[in-house]
Design a protein around this ligand. Structure first.
Ligand code: RUQ
Ligand code: CUA
Length: 665
């Protein structure tokens, strides 16, 4: 059959049908025949009071820049982990200790956009060490430590415009991968946008990820100026490769919705990173000048440090033969996913009328036989017929992403017709479909990106909720839906609202990380430069116009709790150490008129700093903001501020141990 007939729905026809189906999908009151009986569904997601969920699920917050942790199957929100945005709940990104995590070559960025959480793997299985996630806007990667659920490392990526197809991990967390969503001049330059086709480029990046604190761009492959959308590393036989969808092979730079949707086929880039490693090892590629931030958080100092990296290794495809091939893929593919066996590479051609499935073994044979149809900028394009394993017909409109179960079946999210379709590799035929409410983006099966997915739960991660919840003004909750996939038919169990936009998610057996949770930080190991490990260490000192207050917090008082000798024009740094050594006893700290960095929340054993710049003379209260004990309301103190130039002796006192508050001058 000619290719144009296989793929050939015109954009216009697909848009009309899309609108029709979209409206149908969003009609309130549509019968919910695919839902499990309500009481049956309720009993399957019910986690009794005091009982715990079976899985941790990590959902991206999308435009919130954070990660949200839920329990499954209950859908209960357990925590928001701040990553690429300031977080008013615990002061991340506001206080001196954590701000450096948001540092970039552009300066400190208080808010970014996270898309794809990705759990670390060992031998193709989630190992419970870390969660990675990308910043899409100002391209960065982050590592979250799953023992503290804190962001412990962020790395900017140079030569990239929009870090979307990331940070998916390779089988042993050798790398997290990334690609440029928007091609840009590389290196950056002031040139006319109309020079796009001539001068804009993309990069595909491999980030070393297997050692805490050591993330770095191992190498970047310079590729033609398309939009590289999503990526997935291979596994099993395809371990050593990574696959990236690419739309806009038209190289449009204006009105992309039309101009980047013309070609019936775009491409999936198959990148052989083992080959790239060989080329780098033998001296191929150049170290380009660059400027990108690497930020690391230390649990010894409880502080982040930031370093600027100055070079990056860049390789061009013609310097490393065999490092990249293009697989023609219909049409404007979005997602690309590799099945648990590592043999199938499934595209999500959002304007295609089929789900294209490529075969890794066919691809290797085609490469050997040089079954290429042409080259794009020295990159061989393998003939579609030589790499395609099958096409799934009638997938719905707008297939985006795929996940896999333990029975050889795949589940494809379909945005425009707002549904999930299930099909199996045995015959590439759709065997079930379930509507989603509404307009699903990603979907996630517990372990669905590993070599051994579970076959129990799937999450639909939706873009729109419309009428699903009590309305809350113009801004409505976004939503996830829990679907039972244990039987032949999918059945809907639960809706729950999410924080921001749940682009993608990962989930892991609770037993893998639950017992590794850090309960508090060892005070004896705290090497923060202003730690006060006991009340006897509490002190005030002046250096020029800066006043340092080393303060302790323990139920139910601060030491010192009275401070005098500060003047308007001074900057006061409250370094608060929570000296509790017990689980679940944070203390908060807030001082009136704190316009600089607001408040603190301090975990047991940790030190946090509040910068407080008094504007007016007076006596100001400070207090603990976290209800910590029966005498929490008593956990407070005063700081006295003199007018500028009136010298009052600097002193700190704590009743009843006034004499012990050292450092007073
Ligand atoms: S995306 S809805 Cu940002 Cu992963 Cu596909
Ligand atoms: Cu400490 Cu309330």
């Amino acid at each position: 059959m000619p290719r144009s007939r296989r793929v050939g729905m015109t954009l216009l026809a697909s848009s009309v049908a899309a609108v029709a189906l979209y409206l149908f999908a969003c009609t309130p009151g549509r019968p919910v025949s695919t839902m499990a009986g309500a009481s049956d569904a309720a009993s399957r997601v019910y986690v009794a009071p005091g009982a715990m969920d079976e899985y941790y699920a990590f959902l991206s917050g999308g435009f919130s820049g954070q990660v949200a942790v839920y329990g499954l199957p209950s859908g209960r929100l357990l925590r928001v982990i701040p990553v690429f945005s300031q977080n008013a709940e615990n002061g991340y990104g506001y206080n001196a200790e954590t701000r450096a995590m948001l540092n970039t070559s552009f300066g400190e960025i208080p808010w970014d956009d996270t898309h794809h959480p990705s759990l670390s793997q060992t031998d193709g299985m989630h190992d419970g060490r870390w969660l990675f996630i990308n910043a899409n806007n100002t391209p960065r990667f982050a590592r979250i430590d799953l023992t503290t659920m804190e962001t412990v490392e962020t790395l900017e990526v140079p030569n990239t415009g929009g870090n979307h197809g990331s940070p998916f991990v390779t089988e042993n967390t050798e790398y997290v991968i990334g690609a440029t969503r928007f091609s840009v001049p590389i290196p950056q330059a002031d040139i006319p946008i109309t020079d796009f086709a001539k001068s804009f480029k993309g990069t595909i990046s491999f980030i070393k990820a297997n050692e805490m604190g050591q993330m770095d761009v191992a190498f970047q492959l310079l590729v033609p100026g398309f939009n590289y959308d999503l990526g997935r590393p291979g596994k099993g036989p395809s371990h050593g490769w990574a696959f990236f969808t690419s739309y806009n092979t038209e190289q449009a730079y204006t009105k992309l919705e039309v101009n980047a949707s013309k070609n019936d086929y775009d491409v999936i880039a198959a990148v052989n990173w083992k080959r790239l490693e060989e080329c780098v090892a033998s001296g191929t590629g150049r170290n380009w000048p660059a400027n990108y931030a690497h930020n690391v958080y230390s649990h010894a100092t409880h502080s982040a440090t930031s370093e600027m990296k100055k070079t990056v290794k860049v390789i061009e495809p013609d310097e490393c033969e065999g490092s990249i091939y293009y697989l023609p893929t219909p049409k404007s593919p979005h997602g690309v996913d590799v099945d648990p066996t590592g043999e199938y590479i499934v595209g999500g051609g959002k304007l295609a009328t089929v789900i294209p499935v490529h075969s890794f073994s066919k691809m290797m044979k085609a490469i050997e036989a040089k079954a290429f149809e042409r080259e794009i900028d020295d990159i061989p394009v393998i003939k579609y017929s030589e790499v395609m394993a099958g096409e799934v017909q009638n997938p719905g409109l707008g297939p985006l992403h795929n996940e896999f179960d333990d029975k050889g079946c795949a589940y494809t999210s379909v945005f425009i017709s707002s549904e999930i379709v299930k099909w199996c590799f045995s015959d590439f035929t759709v065997v079930d479909r379930i509507p989603t409410y509404y307009s699903i983006g990603h979907l996630m099966i517990v372990g669905g990106d590993t070599k051994k997915p579970t076959g129990k739960y799937m999450l639909a991660l939706n873009k729109i909720t419309k009428d699903r919840y009590l309305p809350t003004g113009p801004e409505l909750a976004q939503s996830a839906q829990l679907i039972d996939i244990s039987g032949e038919k999918m059945s809907l169990l639960l809706d729950f609202p999410t924080i921001g936009e749940p682009h993608y998610a990962q989930a892991i057996e609770a037993s893998l990380i639950r017992d590794k949770q850090v309960k508090f930080f060892q005070l004896a190991e705290n090497t923060h430069p202003y730690v006060a490990r006991t009340e006897a260490d509490a002190a005030v000192s002046r250096s020029g116009k800066t006043v340092h207050v080393k303060m302790t917090a323990i139920r139910s008082h601060f030491a010192p709790d009275n401070i005098e000798g500060v003047q308007v024009g001074d900057t006061v740094l409250f370094h608060v150490t929570n000296i509790e050594q017990d689980w679940d006893v944070p203390h908060g700290f807030a001082a009136m008129g704190s316009w600089s960095d607001a408040e603190l929340l301090v975990m047991p054993g940790q030190t946090r700093t509040l910068k407080w710049i008094p504007k007016f003379p007076g006596v100001y209260p400070f207090y603990c903001t976290d209800f910590c004990s029966a005498l929490h309301q008593e956990m407070s103190g005063y700081i006295r501020v003199a007018p500028s130039g009136r010298s009052v002796v600097l002193q700190a006192t704590t009743s009843p141990r006034a004499a012990a508050a050292g450092g007073a001058q």
